[in-house]
Structures are given as structure tokens and as C-alpha cells.
Design a protein around this ligand. Structure first.
Ligand SMILES: Cc1cc2nc3c(=O)[nH]c(=O)nc-3n(C[C@H](O)[C@H](O)[C@H](O)COP(=O)(O)OP(=O)(O)OC[C@H]3O[C@@H](n4cnc5c(N)ncnc54)[C@H](O)[C@@H]3O)c2cc1C
Length: 390
């Protein structure tokens, strides 16, 4: 016998996107139940950059004040050449930036963001949370949607949000089968106490060092107590059939010509886990009847613009707006939601791929790029305006 539960709104996946969606919908008046596959709500990985479009969404979700307690507010984004050690360009994140966008650029530990969202969900009377529920199948039956879990439990609901990440089971039901696209790049990342970093680090800037087929990103998190580092490089040994590519030896070889600062930093990079980097091409089919996708389930992207979580937060706000407009008509609200989000997130997915190619240029390409960027003013926000102002 199946264990059948009826809930009003079901969110599948309790990551940043799922918890943000639960909060947005609950604040809009809905009763929301979140189910998560893992046995606890937790984030793996290290730091997260949150541009003003993300901090604006966090404010709408009512969690920005709590986020501020552990966040760091960097003063500059600095793009360095990883080979020469020279600055390529920089963006001022101080007063001109904040007065333009109305919200700060934030860097923080992923688990601090998840905790802020989780605490807000726990404190909300219209949200319930459940772990160890692994959804394997969803269906839309017109008057209700249904999710079935590995343990045989079944959830019936009036609205089902698939926020189950890169390898979303819900997406498979809507958009058909298909594997994520591997970029052949891999990341190693982690945090260390700020005191352990060499002298160039520990500042409150976001540092991005780029070179041929590799880059390193560094910034402080958790009130400046920890220093986050992410080393990313392309592996020539990629194969879909095994996962022994992207090794530490390959990382050392790829960064062999890097400047001293980058090589020093690499000696302190966490190597206990590697992250192959994937995205997918944009899709048209975000919804079916009472089911919709959100976050990485809808639009997984390469991390080069630092926008995956930001777009999930934007999705959550747009979903609540759509229900405010179409109260009582779930399919119409979901159509509106998908219509608002599809083109923007597709642009971010495409631009992230292009930006990855630009930062990883080599030789003449890199030299031309650096020359073109050398004349840029630090308070010229033209390239990011479409992204941050929305
Ligand atoms: C190296 C790297 C750096 C990044 N840096 C940034 C950055 O600086 N800024 C930024 O905005 N973004 C960044 N991102 C992207 C960001 O991490 C993701 O876009 C974001 O975490 C997606 O959130 P999500 O909730 O949609 O998906 P996920 O975080 O994947 O959450 C999905 C949740 O669903 C659960 N789940 C999965 N399947 C099921 C199932 N079948 N049933 C039930 N539960 C299920 C999972 O356990 C998980 O908890 C980065 C990504 C990488 C890889």
C-alpha cells in the first residue's frame, strides 16, 4: 500500500532554489511542503558570490538582514592575469555601484545562505519540511499533480515545483531524457582560515586570476574569518565513461606557468573533492499543467558569471509574482512565470559559456582582450547592467 499525502503546494528539492521558492510562495499566501532527497538540508561546496540582483531577491524573501550578519561586502572585483600577475581590469563595488543598483554585492559561505533560508522556512507557519524523500516520478493529472518517491510514498498537490537541481527527475518528465553537458572543466574548492593565507589574500576584494584553460577565484566569507578559493581548469583527459580525469597532477601541470601568487594559493586549495562542471542548453518546456521547474532544474549554467543561485532566487520571486497576478489559476500562473523567466535565464546560460571562453583565452587572444579591457573605467557597469539591474 502506498503512503499517500495530499498537500497544497509541493516543492521537490531543498537547496537554495527550493527553499527560496517555498518562502516566496508562503509569503504570497500558499501552504507549502518541501521534500528533500538527502537526510538533512545542507549545502556542499564553499563560497558564493551574490550580485545585486540576488541581494534584491533576498530582500524580497525577507532574509537579507540575516544574510548580512555573516556576509562580506567586497569593495572591488579584480581581474588579474594569472601568468603575468598584472591587473587586467577591476569593477568598483563601493558607493557608485550600490547607489546604481540599490543593493550590495555579497560574498558568503553557501551554508550560511542555506541556513538563513532554512531558518526563515522553519519560522514560517505555512511551510513544512521533510527530508529523506527521493522523488523518482512526477505526473500532471489536470486537476492535481503527483510525485512518487523511492520508498513508495506519494504526494498529491495542486502545484508541484521541481527544484531538484542539475540532474532533476522532474525535468526529465517535462523535457524528456538527456544528460547534462560536461564542459571538460573541473573545479577544486574550499575555505581555509584567513590567517593561513599569504599576504596578497585576506583583503575584502573578489580576486579572479585567469590564464589559458584555467582560473582561480578568491574571496573572504563568514564575516571575513574564512577565505574561499576555487581553482578551475580544463582537462584534456575528459571522458564520459570514467571519472578519473581532472586530477591534481593535471591541475599542477595546467597552472605550471602561473605567477607566484597563484601558485602559492594552489598549495592551499582543498583537494579532497573535485567538481566536474556541467550545464545544459536552454529549454522551452518549463511547465506542464500544475508542474514547473525552478533553479538548476530549469536552467543549469556554467559558474563563470556567478549567477546560478542568483537566477534561482529571481525565479522564486517571479513565481510568487505570477501567482499574485493569477490567484486561483495555477496553469495560467505557471505560463506567466515561464514566460517571464525563459529568455532571461537562457541569456545568462549562453553568456556564461561565452564568458568562460573569454577568461580562458591564451596568447594573442588574451593579449588583445587585456589591451581592450585596460581602458575600462572601474565604475563602468555597462557589461553587467542587463544582469544586475533587473
Ligand atoms: C564551482 C561553482 C561555483 C558557483 N558559484 C556560484 C556563485 O558564486 N553565485 C551563484 O549565484 N551561483 C553559483 N553557482 C551555481 C549555484 O551553486 C547553483 O546554481 C545553485 O546552487 C542551484 O540551486 P538549486 O536549488 O537550483 O539546485 P541544487 O543546489 O542542486 O539543489 C537541489 C536540491 O534538490 C535535491 N534533490 C535532487 N534530486 C532530488 C529528488 N529526485 N528528490 C528530492 N530531492 C532531490 C538535492 O539533494 C538538493 O538539495 C556555482 C556553481 C558551481 C558548480
Amino acid at each position: 500500500m502506498s503512503d499517500i499525502k495530499t498537500v497544497s503546494t509541493l516543492v521537490v528539492g531543498g537547496g537554495i532554489g527550493g527553499l527560496a521558492a517555498a518562502l516566496a510562495l508562503a509569503r504570497q499566501g500558499q501552504q507549502v511542503h518541501v521534500i528533500e532527497r538527502a537526510d538533512a538540508f545542507a549545502e556542499v561546496g564553499a563560497g558564493l558570490q551574490l550580485a545585486p540582483n540576488a541581494s534584491r531577491a533576498l530582500d524580497r524573501l525577507g532574509v537579507l538582514d540575516n544574510v548580512r550578519k555573516t556576509a562580506v561586502f567586497p569593495q572591488r572585483l579584480v581581474w588579474m592575469d594569472a601568468l603575468s600577475g598584472a591587473q587586467v581590469t577591476a569593477m568598483d563595488l563601493g558607493e557608485p555601484f550600490q547607489s546604481r543598483y540599490g543593493y550590495p554585492y555579497i560574498v558568503m559561505h553557501r551554508s550560511d545562505l542555506l541556513d538563513a533560508l532554512l531558518n526563515a522556512c522553519r519560522a514560517h507557519a505555512r511551510i513544512s519540511l521533510e527530508t529523506s524523500r527521493h522523488v523518482v516520478e512526477v505526473a500532471d493529472h489536470g486537476d492535481m499533480a503527483e510525485a512518487r518517491c523511492t520508498d513508495g510514498s506519494v504526494y498529491r498537490c495542486g502545484l508541484l515545483i521541481g527544484a531538484d537541481g542539475l540532474r532533476s527527475a522532474v525535468r526529465g518528465m517535462l523535457a524528456g531524457p538527456g544528460e547534462p553537458v560536461c564542459s571538460h572543466y573541473v573545479a577544486y574548492r574550499g575555505t581555509i582560515p584567513v590567517a593561513r593565507m599569504s599576504s596578497h589574500a585576506g583583503s575584502d576584494n573578489v580576486m579572479m586570476w585567469t590564464g589559458p584553460d584555467m582560473h582561480l577565484v578568491q574571496y573572504p566569507v563568514r564575516r571575513g574569518e574564512l577565505y574561499n578559493q576555487v581553482a578551475v581548469f580544463r582537462s584534456d583527459r575528459y571522458s564520459p565513461d570514467h571519472d578519473d580525469w581532472g586530477t591534481q597532477d593535471e591541475m599542477s601541470a595546467r597552472f605550471a606557468d602561473a605567477c607566484t601568487e597563484v601558485k602559492d594559493a594552489l598549495t592551499m586549495i582543498a583537494t579532497n573533492r573535485r567538481w566536474p562542471l556541467f550545464d545544459r542548453a536552454p529549454i522551452q518546456q518549463w511547465t506542464r499543467g500544475r508542474i514547473a521547474l525552478l533553479g538548476d532544474a530549469a536552467h543549469p549554467m556554467l559558474q563563470y558569471l556567478a549567477q546560478g543561485a542568483a537566477q534561482a532566487l529571481e525565479d522564486a520571486c517571479a513565481l510568487a509574482d505570477a501567482f499574485a497576478t493569477h490567484a486561483g489559476d495555477t496553469p495560467a500562473a505557471l505560463d506567466t512565470y515561464a514566460g517571464v523567466r525563459r529568455a532571461r535565464t537562457a541569456r545568462v546560460q549562453h553568456t556564461a559559456r561565452i564568458f568562460g571562453d573569454i577568461i580562458h583565452m591564451e596568447r594573442v587572444g588574451a593579449a588583445v582582450r587585456n589591451t581592450l579591457l585596460a581602458g575600462r573605467q572601474a565604475d563602468d557597469y555597462t557589461p553587467v547592467n542587463w544582469l544586475y539591474a533587473a
